[in-house]
Structure formats: structure tokens, C-alpha cells
Ligand binder design. Structure first.
Ligand code: 13P
Ligand code: SF4
Length: 305
């Protein structure tokens, strides 16, 4: 089948079977074209709680599918490619959080959404890159234990000088592969371009950015800016999507290293197989995990909306 034929069949079958396809911004453009909603982690979480369909396919990574199931346990939720996991979400488990709580008994525990639902049962609130600053600023607690992304955490801490932050090793291997040398090289090659980066990057990268924010934030900034050239310091696919959206502007990847292989695992054929009734993985979570994780995601949506 051609790409176009696959897309037509996916669109026909998802309507016939009452299926909603949610795609993260890092998915490829052929997937964007068949999705009901495309967005960043925060947008996906909100959409998951309001989508009317009975069946949901997550084209992204495992923690995103778990978030959908947590918010809509009555729905049938599928991860399009069962191999697609976020390495950062595997870096910390619930037991480690409980140990850290003993070390910092007065701290509010804030988890990045890139964590398992099981871990979320042991934290006070979760955040995404687009909602973290707003949520943490609005919290009454002055002491914050931020897990697991030390780079996102450090970026937030620098903007909340009135709070004390504690971190515990963790971060995104894709964004952490970028360094000041990559910035220098990209700026030398494109001296007129603005640098837009994701706050999962190291501080030596975000410190040099003209804008730092979530995937959706980066795209919005680039579209609304009067500038004509941009170096994109996040996953490669955002370069491609922006080039489609703004053909009159130029977008350059900061480095060929900035590829998330997990996000790239899901293909249009995976989506076709699921809507055709084969492949994918149905997500199941225990009632206890759903109850505990839902409280922390609900709090994020209430504070971050
Ligand atoms: P956002 O979609 O919140 O920008 O996060 C990027 C990411 O790495 C998701 O795994
Ligand atoms: Fe996880 Fe980083 Fe990939 Fe996002 S880009 S899914 S944080 S490894």
C-alpha cells in the first residue's frame, strides 16, 4: 500500500470503530496527518481526559499511553508500538521516591510527567515542560524535590529563586547529548538564526537560547516570530513539521544527534495494524495505580490550566 492508501484506510477505520488517535509532536508527519490531536505532553494529557471516543491509540511513548488510561480508565487504550518507551521514565521507580521522601520530609514532591503511572502514586503533583513553571510558582511549598529530570528542574529552579530545590540523577538522553560545542557549531553555520531549545537540554545549552519551552511552545514561537531562520534544539521531527508549516522560513537542526529513537519507533503501518484489529498493546493498570496517579495528574491539570 502507498502512504496515501494507508492514511485513507486508517481514517476510514478509526471513524467506523470509534477510535481517537493521539500523537505526540515528535511523531512523523505522515502520522500527524491521520491523528485527531497532535501536541505536547500537557496537551495530550488534557485531550485524553476530554476525547469522546471509546477507544484511544497513543502514537508516542509508553508513559503517555499510561496517562491516557489513568485519566480515562473506562476507555480501551492502546500503545501503537509496544517497544516505544521513554528511557527517562525508566530511570526512577516508586521505591526510590519513597526513600527520597524520607530524606526530604518537608519537600513537596514534583514529578515530570515522563514517569510511570506507578511512580506517580508516590508524588504530590506532576508537571510537563509547558506547565512546570506555572505550577511550581503557584505551589505554597518553599521546598521542592523535583524528579527525575535534573535539567528541566534546574531550568525551573533558576526562575524560582524564592524556593529551595533538590534533585536526584535523571534526564533525557536525547536532549542531554547536546552541548555548548553543538550550539557554537550551529550558530557559526547559521549566524542569523534564533536558537529555540527544549528545557530538557543541559544548562550550557538553554543558557544560550533565545527561547526555551515545550515542543508546542517552540513551534508557536517560531510561527509567530518575525525572524526568518531558526536553529531547533529539540527532536529532529520538529524541524520537519515547522518546515511544512512555515515554508517561507528556514529551520536547522542543532545537531544530527538530536533524535529520539523511541519516538521514531512508531510507524504509520503500526497505526494501520491497530485500527485493523492487530498489533499494538492494550494498556492495563491496577485500580490502585489509577487512583494514585490520577490524583497527581488531576492536580497538574487544575493548577496548570
Ligand atoms: P513536551 O512534549 O512536553 O515538550 O516533552 C517533550 C518530550 O520529550 C516528551 O517526551
Ligand atoms: Fe523520553 Fe527524551 Fe525521547 Fe522525550 S525525547 S521520549 S524525554 S527520551
Amino acid at each position: 500500500m502507498t502512504t496515501r492508501e494507508l492514511q485513507d484506510e486508517i481514517i476510514r477505520l478509526k471513524k467506523e470503530k470509534d477510535i481517537c488517535i493521539l500523537a505526540h509532536a515528535y511523531q512523523s508527519h505522515d502520522i500527524w496527518e491521520v491523528a485527531d490531536y497532535v501536541g505536547d505532553s500537557y496537551g495530550l494529557a488534557v485531550e485524553a481526559s476530554t476525547a469522546p471516543q471509546k477507544n484511544v491509540i497513543m502514537s508516542g511513548v509508553r508513559f503517555m499511553a499510561e496517562t491516557v488510561k489513568t485519566l480515562s480508565p473506562e476507555k480501551n487504550v492502546y500503545l501503537a508500538n509496544p517497544m516505544a518507551g521513554c528511557p527517562m521514565a525508566q530511570q526512577m521507580d516508586r521505591e526510590t521516591v519513597l526513600e527520597l521522601r524520607k530524606q526530604y520530609p518537608n519537600a513537596a514532591v514534583v514529578a515530570y510527567i515522563n514517569t510511570t503511572s506507578e511512580l506517580k502514586t508516590a508524588v504530590d503533583v506532576c508537571v510537563t515542560s509547558s506547565s512546570a513553571l506555572r505550577i511550581i510558582r503557584s505551589m505554597p511549598e518553599k521546598e521542592i524535590l523535583f524528579i527525575p529530570d535534573c535539567n528541566l528542574g534546574g531550568w525551573i529552579a533558576a526562575q524560582c529563586p524564592d524556593k529551595t530545590f533538590h534533585f536526584f540523577k535523571g534526564g533525557c538522553p536525547t536532549h542531554m547529548s547536546l552541548n555548548a560545542g553543538d550550539v557554537a557549531k550551529a550558530k557559526a553555520a547559521h549566524p542569523n538564526a534564533l536558537l529555540l531549545v527544549h528545557p530538557e537540554c543541559l544548562a550550557e545549552v538553554t543558557a544560550q537560547a533565545d527561547y526555551a519551552g515545550s515542543t508546542t511552545g517552540i513551534m508557536k514561537f517560531a510561527k509567530e516570530s518575525d525572524a526568518k531562520e531558526f536553529i531547533i534544539g529539540t527532536e529532529q521531527s520538529i524541524v520537519q513539521h515547522l518546515q511544512f508549516d512555515c515554508p517561507e522560513k528556514q529551520f536547522y537542526s542543532i545537531s544530527p544527534k538530536c533524535v529520539c529513537h523511541n519516538m521514531k519507533m512508531t510507524t504509520l503501518v503500526d497505526l494501520y495494524n491497530i485500527v485493523a484489529g492487530k498489533g499494538g498493546e492494550e494498556i492495563t493498570l491496577s485500580d490502585d495505580v489509577i487512583r494514585g496517579a490520577k490524583a497527581c495528574i488531576d492536580r497538574m491539570i487544575a493548577l496548570g490550566g
